[in-house]
Design a binder for this molecule. Structure first.
Ligand code: F0G
Length: 456
């Protein structure tokens, strides 16, 4: 069969409230034209994030009922630890309430002022946690990633030459190297096994540990299985195990490829480091057999980590993202090519070339998609990453103006995706009418969450 269907039946539903255009017009105005300020009940299709927004399976809900809420030595923890060790292969498994807590514990333990942490591209919380520990976060994306429209298979790769050069010059200042799979801030693009192996080889030559930011490891394994020579016959579990075999540890947000609504972990093979990390864990997250989670969360993740590697699930997941991407891009909508794993990124600067980057084309597009159809997306551009030039004090734009449509896992069906396609194409057809926005008020850091805007 050519048609790839959702490989599940729906046994529990959450109603969607339909809103009118007039209502949405008022709601977005009251929210200061920032979609973060809109209540979820006023959103028809919510593509703000794929983090913690997925649907759990009946097996996961059954596991929730088995949750052992003992403070110390809970059975749930041992089931969770066994799943993580089996799939990821690391000795020490440290549970945290979500990905950024794992990042904070890792970077506070290993980073000092003056240190440099290379990554293919840091996610914003990863960068913020590196910087919070006094170190500098450096992005080393491969050169092909700069061309948004180039449809190449592994645009999430790290630039190996730049990594080698950085380590030759500043080896003493680099406490670890991170590799994000898939590369979220770089358009959800995957990293090849050859690249993971290459990064690992360079790290080992210099005696520097390699950590994987593993949030979307199963989606990355699917891309390796589908597009990299020598992996077509391997299972996604085997591919995942090989990916992690080249690393010394990882950080994980189980809100993505853990198929859970909350949770995460930090894993490492370093005994001494693990002891220090556990001390910090007890201080800020909880006892080492629950971290920041309830026993039932640990059990849901232990099941989710295997379900996410099932071929039927991954084929459907990638088909729906690709379907959304192709159906808008083939009608001329500029997107980051090829479609990524968890999201489609529209290039808002090319979508509305008549709006200057400093007039926030990404905000204009998020507002328009909400107005048109109640769709919530997120700007990844000048509001999120732009800043005021430290010398002139003038606002500076980000390198790209993107709008991300992130697909929650197992939550929406093909007709929801068709609805999104229709809305994007309708807005595209009348894009000349779109206007820019200005910032009315904004906090100093992470301004995209709470800034308010006004149309120009
Ligand atoms: N690393 C990556 C690559 C991420 O995408 C995220 C979260 C994190 C780390 C942090 O994990 O949210 O559990 O603390 N990304 C979400 C997103 C928020 O919308 O892309 P967390």
């Amino acid at each position: 069969m050519k048609t790839i269907i959702e490989p599940f039946r729906v046994l529990s539903v959450h109603p969607i409230r339909m809103t009118s255009r007039e209502e949405r017009e008022r709601l977005i105005r009251e929210a200061g034209y920032n979609v973060f300020g809109i209540r979820a009940r006023d959103v028809i299709v919510d593509l703000l994030t794929d983090s913690g927004t997925g649907a759990m399976s009946s097996e996961q809900w059954a596991a929730v009922m088995r949750g052992d809420e003992s403070y110390a030595g809970s059975e749930s923890f041992y089931r969770f630890e066994a799943a993580v060790r089996d799939i990821y292969g690391f000795r020490h498994v440290i549970p945290t309430h979500q990905g950024r807590a794992a990042e904070r514990i890792l970077f506070q333990t290993v980073c000092r002022p003056g240190h440099v942490v290379p990554n293919n591209t840091h996610f914003d919380t990863t960068r913020a946690n590196v910087e919070h520990a006094g170190a500098q976060a450096v992005d080393l994306p491969c050169p092909e990633s700069r061309d948004l429209a180039a449809a190449l298979p592994f645009k999430g790769n790290m630039d190996l030459d730049r990594l080698a050069a950085l380590l030759r010059e500043r080896r003493q200042d680099v406490p670890l190297v991170m590799l994000t799979v898939t590369n979220n801030s770089g358009g959800g693009q995957p990293v090849s096994m050859a690249n993971i192996r290459g990064v690992s080889r360079i790290c080992r030559e210099h005696g520097i540990p390699l950590y994987i930011d593993a949030c979307r490891f199963a989606e990355n394994a699917w891309f390796i299985g589908s597009h990299e020579e020598g992996y077509a016959e391997k299972s996604y579990l085997e591919i995942a195990r090989e990916m992690f075999s080249y690393a010394d540890g990882c950080t994980m947000s189980a809100k993505k490829d853990g198929l859970a609504n909350i949770g995460g972990f930090l894993a490492t093979n370093d005994d001494r480091l693990a002891r220090q990390e556990v001390e910090l864990l007890i201080l800020t997250e909880g006892f080492p057999t629950y971290g920041g989670m309830a026993g039932r969360d640990l059990d849901a993740i232990a099941v989710g980590l295997y379900e996410v590697l099932e071929p039927d699930y991954l084929d459907y997941r990638m088909a729906s993202t690709r379907y959304l991407g192709r159906h808008i891009a083939d009608h001329g909508v500029p997107i980051v090519e090829p479609p990524g794993g968890h999201a489609i990124y529209i290039d808002a600067a090319s979508f509305c070339p008549h709006i200057d980057p400093l007039e926030l084309p990404g905000i204009s597009l998020t507002v328009e998609l909400y107005r048109e159809a109640g769709i919530r997306s997120v700007e990844i551009g000048t509001v999120m990453f732009g800043s005021d030039d430290p010398e002139t004090g003038r606002p500076a734009s980000a390198p790209h103006e993107l709008v991300r449509l992130a697909l929650p896992r197992r939550t929406y069906t093909q007709s929801h995706v068709d609805y999104v396609v229709e809305a994007v194409l309708d807005v595209f057809a009348r894009r000349r009418e779109m206007r820019g926005y200005r910032i009315v008020e904004a906090p100093k850091t992470l301004r995209h969450f709470t800034a308010r805007f006004a149309p120009l």
